[in-house]
Ligand binder design. Structure first.
Ligand code: HSE
Length: 419
């Protein structure tokens, strides 16, 4: 009999308890052993959980003291669904050092401490698995290091945050304003406790860092990656994107340059053309496009957030922890110092730009300076507004043009990278 402790019982934690007891017999069959949840670690009593699942007598499993769990030799597998670094980092590290495998949904923890925790797991012949940390219920971690293991990964680009995708979809399809769409996402349980992490791109940044660390074998910390959220996106930008033939999506991207082996990474709202498979990934869904040198493009698609999809991914890790007889050695990356990251200011892209002019004649200055650009239009466009998509240029070159525009008295209102 394998005994499990669940650390944290918020949205995902209660989902884990629910999925475990609902599908217990098939989970046990797939694990090849009997299993039960012995402890649910909480910081305070959780009466809602008891009313939600009265038949499970969860009060018998409640535990308010982490050391009881850490020192209980009967506990083989620990599910960490508390989120955040503190105290989750200390708890997870302690459990691994005491020979307990860990299944976690905690992207902040893995994105920042992945290399260290993977190494501790290896030293102790146990596992730290984190399928739920990226893409909610979508299998992506396991495919990346197992099914695509024969590939060199050239590129990963994805819609990695369900909340912002939900918000952008509501803004695009239903003309909903940002605040209403965000509060609906919170009501549906998609958003993080502090929605800044979703809205400002930090959550997506943690997720692309986990994928890139795994694909390229070195720890890539979120602090090293250029990250911008969706809070500055306006209804006007959404309209110009339509005219251009695409949509605005929050994209996390990691691309390895074949010659230099440097990895270009960023998280930002991007103009995504209709032809891209990512342009139709809507609502709370996530889509992750992985390009392997043998497979070509492979798209992973599904619900990227929510109680039961995320719990499903956590439980799949619990099953693998139960089956494993040693550390799964393909799930590993080394510590890194960021030296493999490319300098983005030198990498060419196309850019969508929206300007406020002082008088409509300044349009000819823009047409002359951005002579290869595609100019866009929208309904009720003021005469003093201009929007365009540039040809491919480096951010360094673009900055020079924007400085000149400023000197002409032309104000930049929006700047969005084209995928
Ligand atoms: N807040 C996250 C999202 C939850 O919206 O994608 C899943 O990681």
């Amino acid at each position: 009999m394998k005994k499990i402790a669940v650390l944290g019982c918020g949205t995902v934690g209660s989902g884990v308890v629910e999925v475990f007891y609902k599908n217990r017999s098939s989970i046990q069959k797939k694990s090849g052993c009997d299993m039960d949840i012995k402890y649910i670690y909480l910081r305070r009593a959780h009466p809602e959980l008891l009313t939600q699942y009265p038949d499970l007598h969860l009060e018998e499993k409640f535990c308010f003291d982490f050391d009881t769990i850490a020192n209980d030799p009967e506990i083989n597998i620990v599910v960490e669904v508390m989120g955040g670094i503190d105290p989750a980092y200390h708890f997870v590290k302690t459990c691994l050092q005491k020979g307990k495998s860990v299944a976690t949904a905690n992207k902040e923890l893995i994105a920042n401490k992945g290399a260290e925790l993977l190494s501790i797991a290896k030293q102790n012949h146990v596992n730290i698995l984190f399928e739920a940390s990226v893409g909610g219920g979508i299998p992506i971690i396991r495919p990346l290091h197992q099914c695509l293991g024969a590939n060199e990964i050239d590129d990963i680009q994805g819609i990695l945050n369900g909340t912002t995708n939900f918000i952008l979809t509501k803004m695009i399809r239903e003309n909903m304003n940002f605040a209403d769409a965000l509060s609906l996402a919170q009501k549906l349980g998609y958003a993080e406790a502090d929605p800044t992490a979703d809205v400002e791109g930090l959550d997506a940044c943690r997720k692309i860092c986990i994928l890139a660390s795994l694909a390229y074998g070195k720890q890539i910390n979120p602090q090293w990656v250029s990250c911008e959220g969706i809070s500055k996106i306006t209804a006007e930008d959404v309209e110009y994107a339509k005219d251009w033939g695409g949509v605005i999506k929050l994209i996390g991207k990691a691309t390895r340059d074949e010659q230099t082996q440097k990895i270009a990474m960023m998280v930002a709202p991007m103009f995504v053309p209709q032809e891209s498979q990512l342009s139709t990934v809507d609502d709370v869904f996530n889509g992750i496009l992985v390009t392997g040198d043998a497979t070509g493009e492979v798209l992973f698609y599904g619900k990227g957030a929510g109680k039961l999809p995320t719990a499903s991914a956590v439980m799949s890790d619990v099953i693998d922890c139960a089956k494993a007889t040693d550390t799964i050695d393909t799930l590993y990356w080394e510590d890194g110092d960021g030296s493999e990251l490319a300098d983005l200011s030198l990498l060419p892209s196309r850019f969508y730009l929206r300007f406020q002019m002082q008088y409509s004649q300044q349009l000819s200055w823009l047409e002359h300076s951005f002579c290869h650009a595609e100019f866009l239009a929208r309904k009720n466009q003021p005469q003093t507004e201009a929007a365009l998509v540039t040809d491919s240029m480096t951010p360094e070159h673009l900055d020079l043009l924007l400085q000149s525009a400023k000197k002409e008295g032309i104000t930049l209102l929006s700047k969005i990278v084209v995928l």
